[in-house]
Design a protein around this ligand. Structure first.
Ligand SMILES: Cc1ncc(COP(=O)(O)O)c(C=O)c1O
Length: 398
C-alpha cells in the first residue's frame, strides 16, 4: 500500500463545497483586490485568535518582510533567529540589510534554546547609548523564535531572557495556527503572545489557501495601520505614498477560501493530534522507542485545551546513528512518503557563506538536520496507512 506524505484531497466534501462556494462568490462579484472579502477574513482570524489585529498578506514570507519594514529594521541592525528552520525567516532578515545572528536550538524541541539565547546575549557588548551590539557591531533589535512543526516555543523562558536584555520578540507562527501555550500566566494563543507575529497559509499548512497567502499579526493598532499601508506600496490615499512598501496584498480569492476553511481548523488540528497518538501507540507496540525519538508532547496527559500545545503541522521523528537517510530511501522504495525538514541548516547555506560560519558552529541544529524525518500526519490519513508506515520503519530499521 502506498502512503502519501500529504493529501489535500481528503478534507471531505463539506470543505470542498465551502471552498467552491467562496471561490464562486468572488468570481461573481469580481472584487479581486482587498475589499470586503479580505476585511471579513481578517476579522474572523483575529476573533479566532482571541485578540490582536490580523493583516492579510501575499505569503508568510511577505508578512515577515512587511513586519521588519514596519519596524524599520535595516542596515546597522541585527536580528537573532535559529539556523534549523525554513529559509524564509533568515531570508527576510537578509533582505532588509540587517545582519542575521544565529542562536542554536534545544535538542528536544528543535526550537530556540533560551539558555543559548542568554549566553549569546550575555557575550555581547553595549555601545555608549546602551544598545546591545552584535559581534559585527550592529544593533541587536529583535529576536525571532520559530514555533516549529506545530509546537510552541518556551515563550516564558525566551520572554524572560528578551526582557532581561531589553529586546523585543517577533514570533514566527507560520506553522502554528491554532496552537496554545501553557504559560505561567495562563493559557495563551501562539501568534499573539509577542507584540508581533506572522502566519503562513501555504497550501500544506494546517490552514492552507488555494495558493500562497499569509498574515501579519500584531497587538498594537498603530502597527496594524502601518502594516496595511506597507502591504499596499505605502499608500493610504491612492497614488500618495507615505512610505516605501510593496505589493504584499493577500488576494481576495485566497481570503475567501481561507475564511471558508477556518471553521474546520480546530477539528483538523485535533485529528492531527489523534494521528500522533496513534503513532505513539503503534511505535510503542512495535518496540521501536529505543531506536527512534518521538516528537515531544509535554502536555499530552492534560486537558484538550492544553494539549493544543501541539497541532502537529509535521510529525517529525528522530533517528540517530546515521540511519536516517537509508531509512528514508527504504520507505520511498515502499512508496511511503516522508520528508526531511530541513537537510541543511541555514548557517551552512551557500547564500549565507558571507557570514563566515563553518560546520560545528551550531552543533544541535546540524545534528537535527542529520536525524529528523517527517512522517504522514495529515487529516484524512487512515489507521491502516499509519500501520503501514510503522511496519515500514520496523523493517527499515531491522
Ligand atoms: C517556519 C516558516 N517560516 C516562514 C514560512 C514562510 O511562509 P510562506 O511559505 O507562506 O511564505 C514558512 C512556510 O513555509 C515556514 O514554515
Amino acid at each position: 500500500m502506498s502512503v502519501p506524505l500529504f493529501d489535500l484531497g481528503r478534507l471531505g466534501p463539506e470543505v470542498d463545497d465551502a471552498v467552491r462556494e467562496a471561490a464562486l462568490r468572488v468570481l461573481g462579484h469580481r472584487g479581486y483586490v482587498l475589499g470586503s472579502e479580505v476585511e471579513a477574513f481578517e476579522n474572523d482570524l483575529s476573533a479566532y485568535l482571541g485578540g490582536g489585529h490580523a493583516i492579510g498578506m501575499s505569503s508568510g514570507t511577505d508578512a515577515q518582510l512587511a513586519l521588519l519594514m514596519a519596524m524599520e529594521i535595516g542596515h546597522g541592525d541585527a536580528v537573532i533567529s535559529t539556523p534549523y528552520t525554513f529559509f524564509a525567516t533568515a531570508g527576510c532578515i537578509h533582505r532588509t540589510g540587517a545582519e542575521i545572528v544565529f542562536c542554536d536550538i534545544d535538542p528536544a524541541t528543535f526550537m530556540m534554546d533560551p539558555e543559548s539565547l542568554r549566553s549569546l546575549l550575555a557575550g555581547l557588548k553595549r555601545d555608549g547609548d546602551g544598545n546591545l551590539l552584535s559581534a559585527h557591531g550592529n544593533r541587536v533589535r529583535l529576536i525571532v523564535p520559530i514555533h516549529l512543526f506545530g509546537a510552541v516555543c518556551d515563550m516564558d523562558a525566551l520572554g524572560a531572557v528578551a526582557a532581561d536584555f531589553g529586546i523585543e520578540i517577533l514570533e514566527d507562527a507560520a506553522q502554528i495556527l491554532g496552537g496554545k501555550y501553557h504559560s505561567k500566566e495562563g493559557l495563551k494563543t501562539a501568534g499573539i503572545i509577542a507584540p508581533t507575529s506572522y502566519v503562513s497559509f501555504y497550501p500544506s499548512k494546517n490552514l492552507g489557501a488555494a495558493g500562497d497567502a499569509g498574515a501579519a499579526l500584531c497587538l498594537d493598532a498603530g502597527m496594524a495601520e502601518k502594516l496595511r499601508r506597507i502591504r499596499n506600496h505605502g499608500m493610504e490615499e491612492r497614488y500618495y505614498h507615505k512610505v516605501v512598501g510593496g505589493n504584499f496584498r493577500i488576494d481576495a480569492m485566497q481570503a475567501a477560501v481561507l475564511r471558508a476553511k477556518l471553521p474546520f481548523l480546530d477539528g483538523w488540528n485535533a485529528t492531527r493530534r489523534a494521528n500522533a497518538e496513534a503513532y505513539r501507540e503503534l511505535f510503542t507496540a512495535a518496540g521501536l522507542l529505543d531506536r527512534l525519538v518521538l516528537p515531544p508532547e509535554p502536555h499530552r496527559d492534560q486537558s484538550d485545551s492544553v494539549r493544543d500545545h501541539h497541532i502537529f503541522h509535521q510529525y517529525v521523528i528522530r533517528i540517530s546513528g546515521g540511519k536516517r537517510d537509508a531509512l528514508q530511501k527504504f520507505l520511498t522504495d515502499r512508496k511511503i512518503g516522508t520528508a526531511i525538514y530541513y537537510p541543511v541548516p541555514l548557517h551552512l547555506q551557500e547564500c549565507f557563506a558571507y557570514l563566515g560560519h563553518k560546520k560545528g558552529d551550531f552543533p544541535v541544529s546540524e545534528q537535527a538536520a542529520l536525524e529528523t524525518l517527517a512522517l504522514p500526519i495529515f487529516p484524512g490519513l487512515r489507521r491502516e496507512e499509519q500501520e503501514e508506515v510503522v511496519a515500514g520503519i520496523v523493517s527499515g530499521l531491522s
